[in-house]
Structures are given as C-alpha cells and as structure tokens.
Design a protein around this ligand. Structure first.
Ligand SMILES: NC(=O)N[C@@H](O)C(=O)O
Length: 556
C-alpha cells in the first residue's frame, strides 16, 4: 500500500536517493553513525538496544556531542546534469533525545566537477535553498520550496549543532543530459535522463515512477503494479514525460518478478505536448498490442512513426491490469533543425549527425534509405508472431503461460513439453514430404556495431516449419535471427525484426515465415535442424534476393 505523503513528494523524484546514484562525498563528523546511511531509500530501521564499540547503533547519520558550531554533509546528486529542487524531508527518526535540533540546506551547480573532486564546505559559491529550520525528535519534517530551484549537482545538509538525522530526502526534477552529450540512442524515459512518470490510472501496489528507476529492482515491490480489475474491458495506463523531445527507435518492457500478475499484453502511444500532464493530446501508436510474459525483458522494435517525430510523452497501456518493473524507451533527441536524427550513423558512430549533436549544430548527413532494425533479445512472447523459442526455464514460474513441465527419467530430468510444433501443411498439389533431421554448420558473419549488416536475402518454407537448435555454443554464445511475416507472397517489411538468440535457446520458424539463412556470430556454430522436405526445391524453399539491401541490422 502507498502511504499518504505531501503532494510535492508524490509529484517529484527523490533526487538524493542512493538508488539514483546520489552519494555522500564528505562529512564534518559521523562518529556514531555513518552519513551515507542518510540516502538509503528505505525508512530508518530502529536498532534500539544494539550497541557497537562507539555506542548505540543507529541507522542514520550521528555525530559526536558538544560541537561548538554545526555539522555538515556534502552530497553529489546521482544525475550527471543535476536536478532542480522542490522540497526536502529531514527525517529525525529514530533519534529521540539525540536528534539534530535544527537543519538547513545549501546547493551548488558544478556539473563539470570530476567525480573524485569534493567542493569545500566553505566554498563561497554555496547558495542557501532551505534556511535553518527547527526539528523535533523521531519524526519526518517536510519543507516545500516556493518553486523549483536549480539546477544543482551538489547539496550541503547542515545540522545545528550536533546529533542525528535518520534520512535526508531532496525532491525535485532531474535535469536531462546536455544534448551535446547524446551521441547514441539512450533511454530518455530513465529518471537519470530527466524522465518522469507524470500520470497513472492506478498504482495500488507499486507507484508508476518505479518504471523509470535504474536497474531491475530487487522484488515485486519496486515496480508499477495496479490492483486487480474485475470484468469488462478494463485497462490501466501510465504516462511518462521524456527527459527531452525524442525520436524513438526501440523499447524494453521488463516484467521482472511479476510471474503471476504480469499484464497479458500492452501498447505504447506517443504524443507531443507542452503540458507536463497531457490533457487532450493526440496520441499516435508507436507499438501495437504485444503479448507479455513472466519475469523477463521484452524488447520491441517500434513502429516507423516512432522515429518520425520528436515525442515528448509516451503512454503505456496494459491489458487488463498487472505489474511492470521497468519501461525503457530508446531514441535520439531531435536535431537542431527538427529533422529525424540519423540513427544508423549515431549507432555506428560514423554519422555526421551524431557529431552534430556534440557540436549542437546541424550538418547535412547521409540518412540511410533502408529501414533500420535493432537486434533485440529473443523471448518466447516477442518471437511468437514468427514461431517458437525452444529452451528450458530454471524458474518454472517464469516459463510461458500454459507450458507443461513434468519430471522425467525417474525424477532426474524436467521435461518442457510442446515448445515448438513440427508441422507440414501439404500443398494442394499433394506432394508428400519427409522429415529431414539434419545439422547446419554455419560460418560466422563478422558483425560489429561499426559495420552494420544489411539484409540482402530472405527465404521461406511455405509448407513446413523449420527449427534450429545450436549444439556447439556455450550458454553465453549468441546468433542472429532475422524474420518477417508473409503478406501476399512477399515479406511484410513492417514486420521485419532481428533477434539476438542465446546459446541455450533454439528457434522454430512457423511455416511460411520469411527468414534470413541462419547467421552465426563470433564462431563456427552447429545447429540441429528439423524440416519437412519433398525434394522439390520450388516447394521446399523459396528465396528472394535484395541486392540493394532490404534493411540494416544494428546491435543495441
Ligand atoms: N549513538 C549513541 O550512542 N548516541 C548517544 O550515546 C549520544 O547521543 O551521545
């Protein structure tokens, strides 16, 4: 359950949290209890009755007695470009009788200061953002400023004269990275890139702003989770404001720790809006409805429309309800001239446009004509429109819904049933086919971020599924799978996707799915293959060549 907090707290980010990388750089005195504990995301733990060599143990900052002046802590905020401040919480819990009786906050903006450098406590550039305030024992003290102040990169928390604070929380808005620093697609929804969750339909079990936190969290409690809906065509949604207007390329929807309550599916829409919370914006679909699975990172190539505009907000709609841990939205800010950035160049580092982002001045750059697709992580759900994924699941709760898992071999093995149908749909001409169980030994394609790879051939087996399972790769090995659905006998380019498969994953193309001949990466790779063949080439395998290149595939 979410406890009631002042509006300014709910409407902003705890920019001083060590969960966002904020850290204590220096402290005047923390004789009894270490100052770094001030920035922990959880509430102070009461250690009453526990003692160490220096005295009673406290989960907070506590300095020695009899300070003639005041104590201070210097903090570097985790966001590289700093943050603007809206308020504070100086939490004296659980200190009672030894709480710090008064506090104040000063701030500095030094984004270029190297991480290892510490501004002096007596630096004349410190500015007061919260004057000295009286504080009581064992309680939270919220102070809302008159407006956003900043940006700042460093804070100095002062205590008059001595005692203990359990936590110090600074609330505000994180500054987006300097545009000239963005040269490859980044996640501008991320809280450290200035992203914010500005509205949700419901956040009964987990707040929407968890969606944009760093990392994958520790349990189901640090994601966005709505209450159970009852009947009807219910949906829930969350709206993220991007750190800067951004052309979008691909997204990651992570359902980590949500194993029985992940959404069945979701969509993504985007809009351009000057308001913080869009009121009557025109939303454009950037990801059609896609199925989700338990406890995994789903990566999706976004619709072409996602690249063509510098979007300010993205709305994630989940069907019907449930929990998502993180939502990542990768893209590039618009160029100075507002045109679509050159993603290919930005990713391969060969672009004029990428360098223009550094120079913050547009230059004409070759914009790739062929579409760009990013090689995304392979999961059963994201590959479902093209076929099946053949793999085991150590965590059965993270296996695709409905997968039948049984013990076998006298209890010494787990059997994951019916992962991929082996299918032959006889052509009208009636040819019989035989199942060919064979091995492909594939030479590796030399493929690097700097030398993107162009798709020049696709094939399909119109009447037979075809499976490939690597038998010579280590678990951390990888290979590349490129697929497209069929549309009227030709590859449907809008469905063209690239997947990066792992060494413990096999795939099976459904009949009639277009795909590139298997692509080994890094090393010669053997794949066992099952496919039905009549021996008539025109029935068994249709090949289309695209000498000018159908699309460019890049690694994320
Ligand atoms: N930590 C601790 O022991 N503090 C008290 O003894 C005190 O306030 O001096």
């Amino acid at each position: 359950m979410i406890t009631a907090l002042p509006d300014f707290v709910n409407d902003s980010i705890e920019v001083s949290s060590n969960a966002l990388g904020s850290r204590v750089l220096a402290v005047s005195d923390d004789f009894f209890a270490d100052a770094w504990q001030l920035l922990q995301p959880h509430d102070p733990v009461n250690l009453k009755g526990q003692f160490g060599p220096k005295g009673a143990l406290f989960d907070g900052w506590e300095n020695a007695r009899h300070c003639p002046t005041f104590n201070w802590v210097i903090i570097r905020l985790g966001s590289p470009a700093g943050a603007s401040l809206l308020g504070f919480d100086i939490d004296t819990r659980p200190f009672d009788g030894n709480e710090g009786p008064a506090g104040s906050v000063e701030a500095l903006f030094l984004p270029e200061l190297p991480d290892e450098d510490v501004p002096s406590a007596s630096d004349t550039r410190w500015v007061s953002v919260l004057p000295r305030k009286p504080l009581g024992p064992a309680s939270r003290h919220f102070f809302r400023l008159d407006r956003l102040h900043g940006p700042f990169t460093h804070l100095k928390l002062c205590m008059y004269p001595d005692g203990g604070f359990g936590r110090f929380r600074a609330y505000g808005v994180i500054s987006p990275p300097l545009l000239r620093s963005i040269t490859t697609p980044i996640d501008l929804a991320h809280v450290l890139n200035g992203g914010r969750c500005v509205a949700v339909s419901d956040q009964h079990f987990g707040v929407g702003k968890n969606l944009i936190l760093p990392g994958r969290g520790k349990d189901m409690g640090d994601g966005w989770e709505t209450k159970r809906s009852r009947g009807g065509d219910h949906t829930d949604w969350a709206i993220l404001k991007l750190g800067a207007p951004c052309h979008l390329l691909h997204a990651e929807i992570d359902t980590a720790h949500f194993k029985g309550n992940f959404p069945e599916s979701c969509t993504l829409d985007a809009c351009v809006c000057q308001e913080t919370v869009p009121s009557n914006a025109r939303w454009t679909s950037v990801l059609g409805r896609v199925k989700l699975g338990p406890h995994r990172q789903h990566q999706f190539q976004l619709e072409p429309a996602a690249r063509q505009t510098a979007w300010t907000h993205v709305r994630c709609t989940i069907f019907p309800d449930g929990g998502i841990k993180r939502l990542r939205l990768y893209g590039l800010p618009s160029r100075e001239d507002g045109r679509e950035p050159d993603f290919l160049g930005a990713i391969t580092g060969t672009s004029q446009v990428a360098s223009s982002l550094q120079a913050v001045a547009p230059v004409d750059a070759h914009t790739p004509s062929e579409p760009l697709i990013v090689a995304l992580t392979l999961t059963a759900e994201t590959f479902a429109p093209y076929g099946s994924v053949i793999q085991s699941y150590a965590d059965h709760a993270a296996a695709p819904r409905g997968l039948r898992i049984v013990l076998a071999n006298g209890g010494t093995a787990e059997k994951f049933n019916n992962l991929a149908p082996v299918h032959y749909g006889r052509p009208r001409s009636g040819e019989q086919a035989e199942l060919n169980s064979c091995v492909y030994r594939c030479q590796p394609e030399m493929f690097t971020k700097q030398e993107p790879w162009t798709v020049k051939v696709l094939e399909r087996h119109q009447y037979s599924s075809q499976s490939f399972v690597p038998i010579s790769l280590p678990a951390n090995g990888r290979y590349l799978v490129i697929v497209a659905q069929d549309k009227g006998g030709k590859p449907d380019l809008t469905s063209l996707r690239a997947f990066l498969a792992g060494g413990s994953q096999g795939i099976s193309y459904a009949a009639n799915v277009w795909h590139h001949p298997m692509i080994a990466l890094d090393t010669v790779t053997d794949f066992t293959c099952l496919v039905y063949e009549t021996g008539i080439a025109s029935i068994d395998c249709e090949i289309l060549e695209f000498p000018d290149g159908l699309a460019t595939v890049v690694m994320p």
